[in-house]
Ligand binder design. Structure first.
Ligand SMILES: *[C@@H]1O[C@H](CO)[C@@H](O)[C@H](O)[C@H]1NC(C)=O
Ligand SMILES: *[C@@H]1O[C@H](CO)[C@@H](O)[C@H](O)[C@H]1NC(C)=O
Ligand SMILES: *[C@@H]1O[C@H](CO)[C@@H](O)[C@H](O)[C@H]1NC(C)=O
Ligand SMILES: *[C@@H]1O[C@H](CO)[C@@H](O)[C@H](O)[C@H]1NC(C)=O
Ligand SMILES: *[C@@H]1O[C@H](CO)[C@@H](O)[C@H](O)[C@H]1NC(C)=O
Length: 458
């Protein structure tokens, strides 16, 4: 333990000016590409896909990322036509990273089969069970290319698939009724899981076009939604004007997107892409099917404004909420736990005051999209430069360098789901659980870093 502590401190000193409250080792580019490369079965297959436009290389950015047991899972959203595979695992062949369709090529078929995946923006992996919760919007071409077919294609009912990464089997396929998720208009974007009595029971899914949180209850195998337009829709027609470098992108139609779960599973945080407000809703409201059709939700509370628009969020057990700062090519955090202690209030009353930069890189952290966390306390994120991709300002030849980056930044904090199977079992919450020991360790580390920060001033 001392060794780990020591090396963290050295890394922090090593960075000196960049020594941040949160980062304990140098941020690292794990993979990067000028254009995404897939793991084709053969050159023939690739040429076939290009010939019939199942593969249009320039139409492939990435968004969702999650890591589990040393493997990196990546979503290529079917925003436009010509995406051969929407869920992938990164493999390395001849020293080159490739996106390998997961779990198979068959599961990526666009036409004629509603068992296969249509468009996955994001997924969540439960580290306690190895179950991947996959949300499939069922529609494709929702942001059509300037040339070519302009209409979205509503191919299949939107669905949730739970896939067992250890057994290689589908544990659940659930199609959402049209009364819960509209198959003609939806955009299922991101999700968090909610643990009850030692089990991942609920999924809370953001619907970015229909401005609601879709709830799936695994115990009852049913779904419903909560809609609160003031907090879930765009804040105004120009609230989505995001300028990065010299490029402006307007995403004024995008409502609720990023979502984060507090580690005690009492609150969910969310906000629209077109806007800066961060809102809090108690899980007691989300878990309550009977109350879901209310016209308004007084329990929803705005905790503050981020200084810029953001995308996917992540909460850790240290009580910090990480979020991309889209206009400044950087990852930021809200130290909720610090604000809560400073304000002497409970989480239900905390106001967002402390926003800190974690890492920034103007060239290689453009439009951080989605965050994941591994069991070693490292945050992984995708930076696909959406503002350049969407506006046709991306040089995909590689002549201007790489465009798509996967970063790893170690913060030595546990993700909200880590050991939740133990911590949420009310009968077995002993002080000597692995979680208890880990929490003490991370708390100590956190305190040490605070001391270091103070001493750095001199
Ligand atoms: C699942 O698939 C992986 C990758 O193909 C393989 O290594 C593993 O042995 C499989 N596991 C089972 C239980 O079949
Ligand atoms: C979706 O569109 C189809 C075809 O136009 C229509 O039949 C169906 O009623 C629509 N569903 C909803 C929920 O609006
Ligand atoms: C859950 O509900 C869906 C849709 O109603 C149904 O197709 C599926 O068989 C159910 N699954 C379980 C495990 O009950
Ligand atoms: C923005 O444009 C100006 C003028 O064309 C140029 O000098 C500058 O380097 C550009 N900045 C970025 C970040 O591309
Ligand atoms: C945990 O508490 C809930 C509500 O108080 C109760 O319904 C449930 O049975 C308890 N679970 C265990 C494992 O004790």
């Amino acid at each position: 333990m001392m060794l780990i502590l020591f090396s963290s401190l050295v890394a922090c000193f090593g960075l000196m000016k960049g020594c941040n409250a949160a980062v304990v080792s140098s941020p690292e580019v794990v993979y990067s590409w000028p254009i995404l490369e897939f793991d084709w079965r053969s050159e023939n297959q690739k040429q076939e896909y290009i010939a019939d436009s199942r593969y249009i290389p320039e139409n492939n950015p990435f968004t969702g990322i999650k890591v589990y047991k040393g493997k990196t899972y990546i979503n290529v959203p079917r925003w436009r036509l010509g995406v051969p595979s929407t869920l992938n695992v990164v493999v390395e062949k001849n020293g080159k990273p490739l996106l390998q369709p997961y779990p198979s090529w068959e599961m990526q078929r666009v036409n004629g089969d509603c068992n296969s995946f249509k468009f996955i923006q994001s997924m969540e992996i439960d580290p306690n069970t190895g179950l991947m919760w996959i949300i499939d919007t069922g529609r494709i071409n929702i942001f059509p290319a300037p040339t070519g077919s302009q209409a979205p294609q509503n191919l299949c009912p939107p669905k949730l698939v739970i896939y067992d990464l250890n057994r290689n089997t589908t544990a659940l396929k659930y199609e959402f009724p049209a009364s819960v998720v509209n198959p003609n208009t939806t955009f299922l974007n991101d999700l968090v899981l909610d643990y009850v009595d030692g089990e991942a029971r609920f999924a809370y899914i953001t619907d970015t076009f229909d401005f609601k949180i879709v709830v799936y209850d695994r115990k009852l195998n049913m779904s419903y939604f909560i809609q609160d337009l003031p907090s879930m829709s765009p804040e105004g027609p120009t609230a989505g004007d995001i300028t990065v470098g010299n490029i402006s992108l307007s995403v004024g139609v995008l409502g609720i997107n990023g979502i984060a779960m507090s580690p005690d599973f009492k609150y969910v945080y969310y906000g629209p892409v077109a806007g800066v407000g961060l809102h809090q809703i108690p899980t007691s409201v989300l878990r309550n099917y009977e109350g879901s059709s209310a016209m308004s939700f007084p329990q929803i509370r705005k905790v503050g404004d981020k200084f810029t628009q953001s995308d996917g969020m992540l909460a850790t057990q240290a009580g910090r909420i990480y979020f991309p700062a889209l206009s400044t090519n950087s990852l930021w955090l809200w130290d909720m736990e610090k604000d809560r202690l400073d304000q002497g209030v409970s989480e239900g009353d905390v106001i967002m005051q402390t926003q800190e930069e974690v890492v920034r890189n103007d060239a290689t952290m453009q439009w951080i999209d989605t965050l994941g966390i591994d069991e070693n306390g490292c945050i992984w994120f995708t930076a696909p430069a959406v503002q350049r991709w969407m506006t046709g300002n991306m040089d995909l030849t590689g002549a201007s360098g790489d465009n798509f980056y996967i970063w790893k930044v170690c913060v030595n904090e546990l993700g909200y789901l880590q050991n939740a199977d133990v911590t949420t079992k009310n009968s077995t919450n002993g002080g000597n659980s692995p979680v208890g020991v880990m929490s003490i360790f991370f708390t100590l580390l956190h305190m040490l870093k605070q001391v270091l920060r103070v001493s750095n001033v001199f």
